[in-house]
Design a protein around this ligand. Structure first.
Ligand code: ADP
Length: 508
């Protein structure tokens, strides 16, 4: 250092010592090279440079700086440096250097030339800073950004694919679809919508749904449902409208609507699906009409068959004609079964048309129970019907209709428990209701069918072939109990028997 200072241009001794102390105490690595000697050797380095590189002063002084490159001389920063040194210019680079032992560190290096009075470069001063940590963080950031870009690209591709996929589904479904924004403006409709309503998309797109086509959709109830879809995420299903539509006439439509959310894209849209059920309803109606007419038509000849059979049966009894008696008995039973079926079918039609007449009277419930139980007991010699609990109480109800419910439930209990011997009817009085439960030890009902067995013509899969029936008894019974302001339900597990219970209100 002393030697180097001696060669510096003359300044005050104190200033030089101060500069020297500052340089040596600096946290940045400082080196000075001699440009006047061959291969520009290092003639000074401070402590920080030694610490940064791991080399000692004596391993540094006299060497050209290239020892820091350790075979990595091909890098761009090195060329920039060489060019600046050649031209005697100032320059800054970020360069890969290697510590003693070969470990890489990133060096933020600034070199400045020192010139003599004639402008000739005599030295270069290099200030260095180890920026490895920063570089690593930057590189990690770049890798992360690249990954992110890749992921965004993949995601965009996925989205594009799923949008195309969705679009193709939307265009193929045989249901009219409308997408609305939160102001009920139509954003788009699918092909089927245009085909069905004989319109083109541009006629409706951008319009408020309720104002379209002279307000054909402007139905207060529908409006209310749609307006509530978004604010409280309140979807609706199965809303039926019957309306006169331009070009296509009167149609019965069923509407479903729900909020559609595509993350990051939109979440304030409503998808409205419109299904045309006009034809289906007509077919159903024709079926209803057929059942109603057919059972009516069958009723009259059956009444005549029944009357004549009973007459013949009585005659055979009088003549003690044992040869025909058992035949007549079987025929009378079959006719009774047929008659029940016809009356049940007629009931279904009446319920559908809302034409079931009820005649309410006040009577002792026990009397009803006894009549129904003895009626069924007479039809079976394989089962015993036990009555437990008590219903010594008066009710106001339709005697005949409630008896019909009890006969249905009791005959089912016998029918569906071919191996069980006991059927129990239990009565209990609850605060405002009387409850009647009929328990059998038969085939039972899977939970998935507990609701469906009360639908018209529904029979469970596993029994439909083994037991005769048409699946209307429970439907009719349920309607009767509903009319009495009570409820009918089943508790059962497949293979473990069933308990059918109903409640009806008690007179106070
Ligand atoms: P049906 O007996 O003529 O089929 P129902 O309406 O009375 O018609 O009953 C509907 C269906 O409910 C039956 O087909 C049967 O699957 C089921 N079901 C009714 N009662 C019982 C019972 N006690 N045990 C098991 N299954 C029953």
């Amino acid at each position: 250092m002393e030697e180097f200072l001696r060669r510096l241009p003359h300044t005050g001794q104190t200033d030089i010592r101060l500069f020297a102390a500052a340089v040596s105490a600096s946290n940045n690595g400082v080196v000075i090279t001699d440009h006047t000697q061959p291969d520009e050797p290092i003639i000074y380095c401070n402590k920080a440079f030694e610490t940064m590189t791991g080399y000692t002063n004596k391993e540094i002084i006299g060497h050209n700086c290239r020892f820091l490159q350790d075979g990595d001389a091909g890098q761009e920063a090195r060329h920039i440096l060489r060019e600046a040194i050649g031209k005697g210019e100032h320059c800054s680079v970020e360069i890969r250097n290697y510590k003693k032992g070969g470990r890489l560190f990133w060096n933020e290096l600034t070199i400045s030339p020192v010139k003599d009075q004639d402008g000739m470069v005599t030295n270069f001063i290099g200030i260095q800073n180890d920026i490895t940590r920063r570089k690593e963080a930057e590189e990690a950031l770049i890798v992360e950004r690249d990954n992110l870009e890749e992921r965004v690209l993949e995601r965009t591709e996925d989205l594009k694919e799923s949008e195309a996929y969705l679009a193709s589904i939307i265009e193929t479904v045989r249901e009219s679809l409308v997408v609305l924004d939160r102001d009920m403006q139509v954003l788009s409709v699918n092909e089927h919508f245009c085909r069905f309503f004989k319109s083109v998309e541009k006629d409706i797109k951008g319009k408020v749904l309720f104002e379209h086509n002279n307000g054909q959709w402007n139905l207060p109830e529908l409006k209310n449902l749609l307006i509530n879809v978004l604010p409280n995420n309140n979807p609706f299903e199965g809303f039926e409208i019957e309306n006169e539509f331009p070009k296509i006439g009167r149609k019965l439509l069923v509407l479903n609507a729900r909020q559609v959310i595509l993350k990051g894209k939109y979440q304030d849209r409503i998808l409205l699906a419109i299904e045309d059920i006009t034809e289906r309803r007509e077919i159903e109606q024709r079926k209803e009409d057929f059942i109603s007419i057919a059972s009516h038509e069958m009723k009259t000849p059956l009444t005549s068959i029944k009357g004549n059979l009973q007459l013949l049966q009585r005659k055979a009894q009088q003549n003690n004609d044992t040869q025909y008696l058992s035949g007549f008995e079987t025929a009378v039973k079959s006719v009774a079964r047929l008659e029940r079926l016809i009356y049940d079918l007629l009931d279904v039609s009446k319920i559908q048309a809302g034409r079931v007449a009820f005649s309410f009277t006040t009577f002792q419930l026990d009397r009803l129970i006894n009549e129904a139980v003895s009626g069924i007991q007479a039809t079976t010699n394989t089962h015993t019907i036990k009555v437990t609990g008590s219903a010594n109480i008066e009710v106001t109800a339709d005697f005949g209709r409630l008896e019909q419910v009890l006969l249905n439930l009791l005959s089912n209990a016998v029918k569906y428990s071919p191996d069980g011997k006991d059927v129990t009817l239990h009565m209990s009085i609850l605060p405002d209701y009387v409850k009647i439960s009929i328990t059998d030890k038969g085939v039972g009902i899977h939970e998935r069918d507990h609701k469906r067995i009360f639908e018209r013509f529904y029979r469970t899969d596993q029994i439909s072939e083994k037991f005769p029936g048409v699946g209307i008894g429970l439907y009719v019974s349920n309607e009767i109990i509903k009319e009495h302001k009570g409820t009918l339900w089943v508790d059962s597990k497949e293979g473990e028997g069933a308990i059918f219970s109903f409640t009806i209100p008690i007179n106070h």
